[in-house]
Design a protein around this ligand. Structure first.
Ligand SMILES: Nc1ncnc2c1ncn2[C@@H]1O[C@H](COP(=O)(O)OP(=O)(O)OP(=O)(O)O)[C@@H](O)[C@H]1O
Ligand SMILES: [Mg+2]
Length: 358
């Protein structure tokens, strides 16, 4: 089978999932497919239902409605009154507080899931060795968790989650307690693991950079629903809503008005046009919301249909961050650090890569 075909196999199928806690609907009619060999990163504000979704897939929570299919096997179906326990599902999990057993060595922590299943001693030994190799902890198997660094403990938790050869790995913010350097290293390691083992990973994070760096696809959740999903590039470059534009990256949300432009249309903001001759939906005179990334506004002394005044300047090393006041609206603009304007300068703004959002 070619790699392309292998990647098209659906590993986890979530259909019309609903999970309520008393009067809260934590997951709302949510459907999602995750493919073999894919890292799906779920992002969304606190309380939007990310952990609940993962717990439902893991079998730690029983949903109120819908279906969950893992590796072709239904593990939950309201209709068929089917609910498989976590140990009957082929999954590994690392949660945010990935508690290792403090009084067990690295070896015993990793071996535990095998031992409780009465796997033969020799097999346990060879499997733990295989995992120690994968997470590069060979030689540290006799240490206790407190004798390991945060990143090493993290890798033990990963090894423990992987020891049963799961088809699906669920990661709920497992890297959030690590410092930035270590986190980046672990991101690469998890990505590497996934490529080597060909498993599907669902990874929840609050960290946008982490989402961008790790994801094959990003799913954005809000109030228990999936509001948009796609590759990091699709999500970043074509956010469909104001919420997604602001949640993933920085965005200027601009209220534009549709005006006539010959036999076409243009979108006007603060007396100047920002989009012209485009395929614009909307009647003449109607308002549209636009999202423009800070790096997609260019500044110049004498060009640009929209004029503004530099209200703030921030040196960021490789970039400059400007606040441009257009009428009473602040625009965030990011340019290369050799484009210099001073506070009070009048500049022209040109807009590139604009999205109409809801
Ligand atoms: N056991 C529970 N009992 C009652 N309500 C719960 C329970 N677990 C979660 N909730 C509620 O369900 C909603 C979703 O919670 P969830 O933990 O899934 O959010 P989350 O997206 O993981 O948030 P965070 O980013 O803060 O971890 C929240 O409103 C939360 O208060
Ligand atoms: Mg959570």
């Amino acid at each position: 089978m070619s790699r392309g075909e292998a990647e098209a196999i659906i590993q986890v199928q979530v259909e019309k999932l609903i999970k309520k806690y008393e009067n809260i609907v934590a997951v709302r009619d949510l459907s999602l497919d995750i493919y073999t060999g894919e890292i799906l990163v779920i992002v969304g504000p606190s309380g939007c239902g990310k952990s609940t979704l993962l717990s439902c897939i893991a079998g730690l929570e029983k949903p109120d409605n819908g279906n969950i299919i893992i590796d072709g096997e239904p593990v939950f179906s309201k209709e068929r009154n089917l609910f498989k326990l976590p140990e009957e599902r082929n999954i590994g999990m690392v949660f945010q507080n990935y508690a290792l057993w403090p009084h067990k060595t690295v070896y015993d922590n990793i071996a535990y899931p095998l031992k409780i299943r009465n796997i033969k001693k020799d097999k346990v030994k060879s499997e733990v060795r295989r995992l120690l190799d994968i997470v590069r902890l060979y030689g540290k198997e006799n240490r206790y968790p407190h004798e390991l660094s945060g990143g090493e403990q993290q890798r033990v938790a990963l090894a423990r989650a992987l020891v049963m050869n799961p088809k699906v790995l669920l990661l709920d913010e497992p890297l959030s307690s690590l410092d930035a350097k270590l986190r980046e290293k672990m991101q690469y390691e998890i990505k590497g693991l996934q490529k080597d083992m060909g498993i599907a990973i669902i990874h929840v994070t609050h960290d946008q950079n982490e989402a961008m760096a790790m994801a094959d696809r990003i799913a954005v959740m809000k109030d228990g629903e999936l509001v948009q999903w796609g590759t990091p590039k699709e999500i970043y470059e074509c956010p469909q809503t104001q919420f997604v534009a602001n949640f993933v990256g920085k965005a200027n949300i601009i209220d534009g008005v549709v005006e006539r432009y010959g036999d076409k249309k243009k979108i006007v903001f603060a007396g100047g046009y920002i989009m012209r001759e485009a395929d614009i939906d909307g009647d003449i005179g109607s308002h549209v919301l636009l999202s423009v990334r800070p790096e997609n506004i260019s500044l110049s002394k004498d060009k640009g249909a929209v004029k503004g005044r530099v209200a703030g300047v921030n040196y960021r090393g490789n970039t400059m961050e400007y606040r441009i006041l257009v009428d009473d609206i602040h625009l965030m603009v990011e340019t290369s650090s050799n484009e210099l304007y001073a506070k009070g300068d009048i500049v022209g703004c040109e807009f590139h890569k604009i999205n109409i959002v809801k």
